[in-house]
Design a protein around this ligand. Sequence first.
Ligand SMILES: [Zn+2]
Length: 334
Amino acid sequence: MTGPVYLAHDHMDRAEDFKRDFAAGVAGKILHLTIDSWIEAPTREEYEAAYYSYDRYMERALAVAARVHASAVDPSSNTRIVRCYSDLQAASRDGQFAVILGNEGGKILGSDISLVDAWWWMGLRHVQFNWAMRNLIGASQSNEHEPGQPGLTKFGVEVVKRMNELGMIVDVSHSAPQTICDVLRITKKPILNSHSGSRKIADKQQNLWDEQIRDMADNGGVIGVHFCSRLVLGINNKQAEISDVVRQIRYLVDVGGIDVVGLGPDWVLGNPERDRTYLRNTDQTDITWTKGLEHSGEISNLIPALVHGGFNGSEIDQIVGGNLSRLIKDVLPA
Ligand SMILES: [Zn+2]
Protein backbone atom coordinates (compact mmCIF):
# COMPACT_ATOMS: atom_id res chain seq x y z
CA MET A 1 0.00 0.00 0.00
CA THR A 2 1.47 3.28 -1.06
CA GLY A 3 0.31 6.88 -0.95
CA PRO A 4 -1.66 8.37 -3.85
CA VAL A 5 -0.16 8.12 -7.33
CA TYR A 6 -0.14 11.39 -9.29
CA LEU A 7 1.29 11.69 -12.80
CA ALA A 8 2.98 14.87 -13.99
CA HIS A 9 2.61 14.25 -17.71
CA ASP A 10 -0.08 12.35 -19.60
CA HIS A 11 -2.05 12.76 -22.83
CA MET A 12 -4.88 10.24 -22.45
CA ASP A 13 -7.92 12.51 -22.40
CA ARG A 14 -11.01 10.31 -22.83
CA ALA A 15 -13.42 9.32 -20.05
CA GLU A 16 -12.45 5.68 -20.63
CA ASP A 17 -8.78 6.61 -20.12
CA PHE A 18 -9.58 8.22 -16.76
CA LYS A 19 -11.45 5.06 -15.76
CA ARG A 20 -8.49 2.86 -16.64
CA ASP A 21 -6.08 5.18 -14.79
CA PHE A 22 -8.21 5.16 -11.68
CA ALA A 23 -8.85 1.42 -11.73
CA ALA A 24 -5.09 0.85 -11.93
CA GLY A 25 -4.41 2.98 -8.85
CA VAL A 26 -3.68 6.40 -10.36
CA ALA A 27 -5.34 9.06 -8.18
CA GLY A 28 -4.83 11.96 -10.59
CA LYS A 29 -2.73 13.50 -13.31
CA ILE A 30 -1.73 16.60 -15.17
CA LEU A 31 -3.52 16.13 -18.49
CA HIS A 32 -1.89 17.86 -21.44
CA LEU A 33 -4.75 19.05 -23.63
CA THR A 34 -2.64 19.53 -26.76
CA ILE A 35 0.98 19.99 -27.72
CA ASP A 36 2.73 22.74 -29.69
CA SER A 37 2.39 20.76 -32.92
CA TRP A 38 -0.75 19.54 -34.65
CA ILE A 39 -0.41 15.79 -34.05
CA GLU A 40 -3.91 15.08 -35.36
CA ALA A 41 -3.25 16.82 -38.69
CA PRO A 42 -4.97 14.78 -41.42
CA THR A 43 -1.89 14.87 -43.65
CA ARG A 44 1.85 15.16 -43.09
CA GLU A 45 1.86 18.29 -45.26
CA GLU A 46 -0.66 20.00 -42.98
CA TYR A 47 1.33 18.92 -39.92
CA GLU A 48 4.49 20.47 -41.32
CA ALA A 49 2.73 23.64 -42.43
CA ALA A 50 1.47 24.09 -38.85
CA TYR A 51 4.85 23.39 -37.24
CA TYR A 52 6.00 26.98 -36.76
CA SER A 53 2.59 28.59 -37.12
CA TYR A 54 0.17 29.66 -34.39
CA ASP A 55 -2.94 29.04 -36.43
CA ARG A 56 -5.78 27.32 -34.57
CA TYR A 57 -3.66 26.07 -31.64
CA MET A 58 -5.87 27.85 -29.14
CA GLU A 59 -9.05 26.67 -30.83
CA ARG A 60 -7.95 23.03 -30.80
CA ALA A 61 -6.99 23.17 -27.11
CA LEU A 62 -10.29 24.85 -26.24
CA ALA A 63 -12.16 22.04 -27.98
CA VAL A 64 -10.35 19.41 -25.90
CA ALA A 65 -10.82 21.43 -22.69
CA ALA A 66 -14.55 21.71 -23.38
CA ARG A 67 -14.80 17.97 -24.00
CA VAL A 68 -12.94 17.12 -20.77
CA HIS A 69 -15.07 19.56 -18.73
CA ALA A 70 -18.24 18.11 -20.24
CA SER A 71 -17.24 14.56 -19.37
CA ALA A 72 -16.11 15.53 -15.86
CA VAL A 73 -19.48 17.07 -14.90
CA ASP A 74 -21.15 13.74 -15.64
CA PRO A 75 -21.30 12.08 -12.19
CA SER A 76 -20.71 8.67 -13.73
CA SER A 77 -17.25 9.84 -14.86
CA ASN A 78 -16.16 10.00 -11.21
CA THR A 79 -13.75 12.76 -12.24
CA ARG A 80 -12.98 16.10 -10.63
CA ILE A 81 -11.21 18.96 -12.39
CA VAL A 82 -8.69 20.44 -9.94
CA ARG A 83 -8.80 24.23 -9.75
CA CYS A 84 -7.30 24.61 -6.28
CA TYR A 85 -5.47 22.39 -3.82
CA SER A 86 -8.64 21.65 -1.86
CA ASP A 87 -10.10 20.07 -5.03
CA LEU A 88 -7.23 17.59 -5.01
CA GLN A 89 -7.95 16.76 -1.37
CA ALA A 90 -11.69 16.50 -2.04
CA ALA A 91 -11.12 14.15 -4.96
CA SER A 92 -8.97 11.95 -2.75
CA ARG A 93 -11.55 12.03 0.06
CA ASP A 94 -14.48 11.28 -2.26
CA GLY A 95 -12.72 8.59 -4.28
CA GLN A 96 -12.72 10.63 -7.50
CA PHE A 97 -10.12 10.81 -10.24
CA ALA A 98 -8.35 14.19 -10.14
CA VAL A 99 -7.51 15.94 -13.41
CA ILE A 100 -5.31 19.02 -13.57
CA LEU A 101 -5.71 20.67 -16.95
CA GLY A 102 -2.42 21.54 -18.59
CA ASN A 103 -0.86 22.01 -21.99
CA GLU A 104 2.38 20.89 -23.60
CA GLY A 105 3.44 24.13 -25.25
CA GLY A 106 2.71 27.82 -25.06
CA LYS A 107 1.25 28.48 -28.50
CA ILE A 108 -2.23 28.49 -26.92
CA LEU A 109 -1.26 31.81 -25.28
CA GLY A 110 -0.36 33.48 -28.56
CA SER A 111 1.42 36.72 -27.65
CA ASP A 112 -1.33 38.07 -25.42
CA ILE A 113 -0.79 38.04 -21.65
CA SER A 114 -4.54 38.35 -21.03
CA LEU A 115 -4.93 34.86 -22.49
CA VAL A 116 -3.17 33.47 -19.40
CA ASP A 117 -6.15 34.78 -17.43
CA ALA A 118 -8.63 33.54 -20.02
CA TRP A 119 -7.19 30.05 -19.77
CA TRP A 120 -7.21 30.30 -15.99
CA TRP A 121 -10.98 30.84 -16.09
CA MET A 122 -11.21 27.81 -18.41
CA GLY A 123 -9.69 25.77 -15.58
CA LEU A 124 -6.14 25.52 -16.94
CA ARG A 125 -3.66 25.23 -14.09
CA HIS A 126 -0.47 24.32 -15.92
CA VAL A 127 1.47 25.34 -19.02
CA GLN A 128 4.59 23.58 -20.24
CA PHE A 129 6.32 26.37 -22.10
CA ASN A 130 7.81 24.46 -25.02
CA TRP A 131 7.60 21.42 -27.17
CA ALA A 132 10.23 20.74 -29.85
CA MET A 133 10.36 24.23 -31.32
CA ARG A 134 10.78 27.77 -30.00
CA ASN A 135 7.69 29.87 -29.46
CA LEU A 136 6.90 33.38 -28.27
CA ILE A 137 7.56 32.36 -24.64
CA GLY A 138 11.06 31.06 -25.13
CA ALA A 139 13.67 28.83 -26.73
CA SER A 140 13.16 25.08 -26.88
CA GLN A 141 15.64 22.24 -26.35
CA SER A 142 16.21 22.23 -30.13
CA ASN A 143 17.68 25.75 -29.87
CA GLU A 144 20.21 24.90 -27.14
CA HIS A 145 23.28 25.19 -29.39
CA GLU A 146 22.24 28.41 -31.09
CA PRO A 147 24.62 31.32 -30.60
CA GLY A 148 23.63 33.79 -27.89
CA GLN A 149 22.04 31.08 -25.70
CA PRO A 150 18.41 31.97 -26.42
CA GLY A 151 16.16 31.68 -23.37
CA LEU A 152 12.98 33.21 -22.07
CA THR A 153 11.54 36.13 -24.08
CA LYS A 154 10.16 39.33 -22.57
CA PHE A 155 6.69 37.89 -23.09
CA GLY A 156 7.85 34.70 -21.36
CA VAL A 157 8.90 36.73 -18.31
CA GLU A 158 5.40 38.23 -18.16
CA VAL A 159 3.87 34.75 -18.46
CA VAL A 160 5.91 33.42 -15.51
CA LYS A 161 4.90 36.39 -13.36
CA ARG A 162 1.21 36.09 -14.20
CA MET A 163 1.17 32.32 -13.72
CA ASN A 164 2.85 32.79 -10.33
CA GLU A 165 0.23 35.36 -9.33
CA LEU A 166 -2.74 33.29 -10.45
CA GLY A 167 -1.42 29.97 -9.13
CA MET A 168 -0.58 27.98 -12.27
CA ILE A 169 2.20 25.42 -12.62
CA VAL A 170 5.11 26.47 -14.84
CA ASP A 171 6.64 23.46 -16.60
CA VAL A 172 10.04 23.70 -18.31
CA SER A 173 10.23 20.25 -19.90
CA HIS A 174 11.50 20.54 -23.51
CA SER A 175 12.75 24.09 -22.88
CA ALA A 176 16.31 25.20 -23.68
CA PRO A 177 18.77 25.16 -20.76
CA GLN A 178 18.85 28.97 -20.84
CA THR A 179 15.04 29.17 -20.76
CA ILE A 180 15.06 26.88 -17.69
CA CYS A 181 17.74 29.06 -16.07
CA ASP A 182 15.78 32.24 -16.78
CA VAL A 183 12.56 30.78 -15.35
CA LEU A 184 14.33 29.57 -12.20
CA ARG A 185 15.82 33.02 -11.68
CA ILE A 186 12.50 34.86 -11.73
CA THR A 187 9.87 32.40 -10.49
CA LYS A 188 8.48 32.95 -7.02
CA LYS A 189 7.00 29.44 -6.93
CA PRO A 190 8.40 25.92 -7.38
CA ILE A 191 8.34 24.73 -10.98
CA LEU A 192 7.89 21.42 -12.74
CA ASN A 193 9.94 19.57 -15.32
CA SER A 194 7.20 17.12 -16.14
CA HIS A 195 8.83 14.40 -18.27
CA SER A 196 12.57 14.08 -18.20
CA GLY A 197 15.45 12.18 -16.65
CA SER A 198 19.20 12.26 -16.16
CA ARG A 199 21.17 13.36 -19.20
CA LYS A 200 24.34 11.83 -17.78
CA ILE A 201 22.66 8.41 -17.98
CA ALA A 202 20.69 9.11 -21.16
CA ASP A 203 22.08 11.88 -23.32
CA LYS A 204 18.92 13.29 -24.87
CA GLN A 205 18.17 17.00 -25.03
CA GLN A 206 15.00 16.55 -23.00
CA ASN A 207 16.97 15.17 -20.04
CA LEU A 208 18.80 17.20 -17.40
CA TRP A 209 22.46 17.59 -16.49
CA ASP A 210 23.36 17.18 -12.80
CA GLU A 211 23.56 20.93 -12.23
CA GLN A 212 20.05 21.37 -13.64
CA ILE A 213 18.76 18.61 -11.35
CA ARG A 214 20.26 20.44 -8.36
CA ASP A 215 18.78 23.75 -9.54
CA MET A 216 15.34 22.14 -9.71
CA ALA A 217 15.84 20.78 -6.18
CA ASP A 218 16.92 24.19 -4.86
CA ASN A 219 13.71 25.66 -6.31
CA GLY A 220 11.59 23.09 -4.48
CA GLY A 221 10.51 21.80 -7.88
CA VAL A 222 9.72 18.35 -9.21
CA ILE A 223 11.14 16.33 -12.11
CA GLY A 224 8.75 13.75 -13.54
CA VAL A 225 10.68 10.69 -14.68
CA HIS A 226 9.86 9.71 -18.26
CA PHE A 227 8.91 6.11 -19.14
CA CYS A 228 9.63 6.41 -22.88
CA SER A 229 12.44 3.96 -23.69
CA ARG A 230 14.76 6.26 -25.58
CA LEU A 231 14.67 8.92 -22.85
CA VAL A 232 15.20 6.31 -20.14
CA LEU A 233 18.13 4.70 -22.00
CA GLY A 234 19.51 7.50 -24.18
CA ILE A 235 19.39 5.30 -27.27
CA ASN A 236 16.72 4.58 -29.85
CA ASN A 237 15.36 1.22 -31.01
CA LYS A 238 15.69 -0.55 -27.67
CA GLN A 239 12.93 -1.11 -25.16
CA ALA A 240 13.75 -0.08 -21.58
CA GLU A 241 13.11 -2.35 -18.59
CA ILE A 242 11.51 -1.22 -15.33
CA SER A 243 14.92 -1.53 -13.66
CA ASP A 244 16.16 1.16 -16.08
CA VAL A 245 13.43 3.53 -14.87
CA VAL A 246 14.38 2.76 -11.26
CA ARG A 247 18.01 3.50 -12.17
CA GLN A 248 16.92 6.93 -13.45
CA ILE A 249 14.94 7.56 -10.27
CA ARG A 250 17.87 6.48 -8.09
CA TYR A 251 20.21 8.80 -9.98
CA LEU A 252 17.90 11.81 -9.64
CA VAL A 253 17.50 11.12 -5.91
CA ASP A 254 21.26 10.78 -5.44
CA VAL A 255 21.93 14.09 -7.21
CA GLY A 256 18.89 16.18 -6.23
CA GLY A 257 17.45 14.49 -3.14
CA ILE A 258 14.25 12.57 -2.53
CA ASP A 259 12.03 15.68 -2.71
CA VAL A 260 12.69 16.38 -6.40
CA VAL A 261 11.43 13.19 -8.05
CA GLY A 262 8.01 12.42 -9.51
CA LEU A 263 6.52 10.41 -12.36
CA GLY A 264 6.06 11.75 -15.91
CA PRO A 265 5.19 8.70 -18.03
CA ASP A 266 4.00 10.73 -21.06
CA TRP A 267 1.59 8.02 -22.17
CA VAL A 268 0.10 9.11 -25.46
CA LEU A 269 -0.71 5.89 -27.34
CA GLY A 270 -3.89 3.83 -27.00
CA ASN A 271 -6.40 5.98 -28.85
CA PRO A 272 -6.32 4.31 -32.29
CA GLU A 273 -7.58 7.34 -34.18
CA ARG A 274 -4.93 9.63 -32.74
CA ASP A 275 -2.14 7.01 -32.70
CA ARG A 276 -2.23 6.78 -36.48
CA THR A 277 -1.71 10.50 -37.16
CA TYR A 278 0.61 11.03 -34.18
CA LEU A 279 3.05 8.30 -35.22
CA ARG A 280 3.00 9.28 -38.88
CA ASN A 281 3.14 13.06 -38.42
CA THR A 282 5.89 13.05 -35.79
CA ASP A 283 7.79 10.28 -37.56
CA GLN A 284 8.07 8.14 -34.41
CA THR A 285 6.90 4.74 -35.61
CA ASP A 286 9.75 3.09 -33.64
CA ILE A 287 8.79 4.69 -30.30
CA THR A 288 8.32 2.37 -27.29
CA TRP A 289 7.58 2.76 -23.61
CA THR A 290 9.28 0.76 -20.87
CA LYS A 291 8.34 -2.92 -20.81
CA GLY A 292 5.83 -3.39 -18.02
CA LEU A 293 5.02 0.34 -17.93
CA GLU A 294 3.45 0.78 -21.35
CA HIS A 295 0.16 2.26 -20.15
CA SER A 296 -1.42 3.35 -16.88
CA GLY A 297 -2.92 -0.10 -16.32
CA GLU A 298 0.62 -1.29 -15.54
CA ILE A 299 1.58 1.42 -13.03
CA SER A 300 1.50 -0.94 -10.04
CA ASN A 301 4.49 -2.80 -11.52
CA LEU A 302 6.67 0.13 -10.50
CA ILE A 303 6.16 -0.32 -6.75
CA PRO A 304 7.90 -3.70 -6.23
CA ALA A 305 10.68 -2.47 -8.52
CA LEU A 306 11.20 0.57 -6.29
CA VAL A 307 11.24 -1.68 -3.22
CA HIS A 308 13.77 -3.88 -4.99
CA GLY A 309 15.76 -0.72 -5.78
CA GLY A 310 16.15 -0.03 -2.06
CA PHE A 311 13.57 2.70 -1.54
CA ASN A 312 11.60 2.64 1.72
CA GLY A 313 7.86 3.22 2.07
CA SER A 314 7.92 6.96 2.68
CA GLU A 315 10.41 7.51 -0.16
CA ILE A 316 8.15 5.57 -2.51
CA ASP A 317 5.15 7.66 -1.40
CA GLN A 318 7.05 10.82 -2.32
CA ILE A 319 8.20 9.48 -5.69
CA VAL A 320 4.84 8.18 -6.88
CA GLY A 321 2.84 11.27 -5.98
CA GLY A 322 3.73 12.95 -2.69
CA ASN A 323 6.22 15.35 -4.23
CA LEU A 324 3.86 16.34 -7.05
CA SER A 325 1.01 16.86 -4.64
CA ARG A 326 3.29 19.11 -2.55
CA LEU A 327 4.09 21.14 -5.69
CA ILE A 328 0.37 21.48 -6.45
CA LYS A 329 -0.20 22.67 -2.89
CA ASP A 330 2.65 25.17 -3.16
CA VAL A 331 1.48 26.62 -6.48
CA LEU A 332 -2.30 26.41 -6.82
CA PRO A 333 -4.66 28.46 -4.65
CA ALA A 334 -5.63 26.78 -1.39
ZN1 LIG B 1 6.89 15.87 -24.47
